[in-house]
Design a protein around this ligand. Structure first.
Ligand code: ZN
Length: 501
């Protein structure tokens, strides 16, 4: 069996090299490709995808994997081997159950839908996008039937991004959260707090901002010998290997926080990738657990650390020295309130820690309704606007600020949105637990020391790769399954203090 496992590792290694090459090409496309190179690049990337897919479905690969899977079922493998075989088997089966013709039809439909979505958004006309969206839903439902699911066809979608998560489990967590958030947001609004967010706008040369953002990423523990921080339209993180992790942020000359928030968020993702065990490269033991757990890492650094009073006690004087205008005349207390200002708006990506999750819950409820046949695609704008009014208390002015704002559905990515809020829930539960074990965490952040927290995450999350599922991991770390209470308590305390409620 050892020999068979070695053979499997060799095959996985070959596939991993293709994925790395593909990731390098995609990174280059997002950060520095000349405009005329874009079309050819898409062809090269598609070619490499096909090559990886062929290797996965190679009969010899299947033979080795099937034999190892039988050994796994008979408990003949070591713990580490079991994780690898179980996870690779899962992916292999997923790929095998979907006919190539369906995958092709799906990617062609999405390519078309992406243009019709962009046009619909620009012209503010949902009917331009709805025929393609209907097709995407239909194909996704077909996929769900082929793959199989527990109770709801939406479970099959969730399983792609958050393996093991179900619509009914999410419904409970998100319902509890919504029951808290809607009245809490009302209370904040009734306070009519005067927070002048314009005060921190100014003129901040991009080169100086770049230096400052590198300083912050390094402070958080990002290893610049094993990665870099560049610029792109939408911040993202990619990795070729734990020793080569690339991330981006975006700079605005008038607003310092735009880049800082993006940098800290992406650093959280990147620290996870840099912390995966490199000796297991190419296998699930060196892969992130799920999108929700990945997002928990970015959200923990972005919000629990990067929007905390303690951390800014350290960072604010540094920022005041580097950018005296306008910060030298703004006390930290006031800056902290501006940083954490809560203001309901239409656009998800511009929202704060309180309202963000209402944006996600709204999308989750709609996706679930569509997949469970409770509504039609044509009804989406109306349902969206009704729900928005109910949760945020404001009317959506047009579909571009409503149902058409996000790109995800045009990519076919139903089931993706919930992982953002799951990330917040995992992060809050983990951070609460970290605080009970790292008793001087607040003082360390005040001193700009982030190693204790990073080491805690390395030990409890990063080093395990996919050893545990997301549900098992949170239980392993905190002793209980995922709860909404930790996040609710965190919001209550933080924003209760800021808004005195
Ligand atoms: Zn993220």
């Amino acid at each position: 069996m050892e020999k068979k496992f070695e053979q499997l590792l060799q095959k996985l290694n070959a596939i991993a090299h293709i994925y790395s090459a593909q990731a390098v090409l995609s990174w280059d496309r997002e950060t520095s490709i000349p405009p005329q190179g874009v079309a050819r690049r898409a062809e090269t990337i598609a070619y490499l995808s096909g090559l990886a897919h062929e290797l996965c479905l190679d009969p010899q690969f299947e033979e080795i994997l099937t034999e190892l899977h039988t050994a796994y079922q008979e408990n003949k493998l070591t713990d580490e081997q079991s994780v690898v075989v179980k996870e690779v088997w899962r992916d292999f089966n997923y790929a095998k159950k979907l006919p190539t013709s369906l995958i092709k039809e799906f990617s062609e439909t999405c390519a078309k839908a992406h243009s019709s979505w962009a046009e619909a958004r620009e012209k503010n006309d949902f009917s331009i996008f709805s025929p393609d969206l209907k097709k995407i839903v239909e194909l996704n439902r077909k996929k769900a039937e082929l793959i199989g699911y527990k109770e709801s066809p939406y479970d099959a979608r969730l399983d792609v991004f958050e393996p093991g998560m179900t619509a009914s489990e999410l419904s409970i967590l998100f319902h509890e959260l919504k029951e808290f958030l809607v009245p809490f947001l009302k209370k904040i609004q009734e306070k009519n707090a005067t927070i002048d967010v314009e005060k921190i706008k100014g003129h901040f040369p991009i080169e100086k901002q770049k230096e400052f953002n590198k300083f912050i990423a390094e402070k958080l523990g990002f290893n610049f010998n094993a990665g870099c921080l560049e610029v792109s339209t939408h911040p993202f993180t990619t990795h070729f290997h734990p020793e080569d992790v690339r991330m981006t942020t975006r700079y605005k000359e008038t607003d310092l926080l735009e880049a800082i928030t993006g940098t800290i968020h992406e650093t959280g993702h990147a620290l996870y990738e840099q912390g995966l065990p490199q000796q297991h490269f190419g296998t699930p033991l060196a892969e992130a657990v799920s999108l929700g757990i990945h997002e928990s890492q970015s959200r923990m650094w972005e919000n629990h650390v990067g929007k905390s009073y303690e951390f800014w006690e350290f960072l604010y004087p540094e920022m005041q020295t580097r950018f005296p205008e306008p910060f030298k005349n703004i006390p930290l207390d006031e800056f902290y309130k501006i940083l954490n200002n809560v203001a309901p708006g239409y656009i998800r990506i511009e929202s704060d820690e309180v309202t963000y999750n209402l944006h996600i819950i709204l999308r989750f409820e709609i996706e679930k309704m569509i997949f469970e046949g409770e509504c039609e695609v044509d009804d989406l704008p109306e349902i969206w606007n009704q729900k928005f009014k109910e949760y945020f208390g404001i009317d959506v002015p047009d579909n571009a600020h409503g149902v058409l704002q996000d790109v995800h559905w045009s990519y076919g990515s139903f089931g993706y949105f919930p992982t953002y809020t799951l990330g917040n829930l995992y992060a809050a539960q983990m951070y609460h637990h970290a605080q009970t074990q790292l008793l001087s965490l607040a003082d360390e952040l005040r001193a700009g020391k982030t190693e204790p927290l990073l080491n805690w995450l390395r030990k409890n999350v990063h080093q395990h790769g996919k050893k545990y599922s997301a549900g098992e991991l949170i239980k392993e770390i905190t002793g209980e399954p995922l709860q909404s209470t930790y996040f609710i308590d965190y919001l209550k305390k933080k924003f209760g203090d800021i808004y005195r409620i």
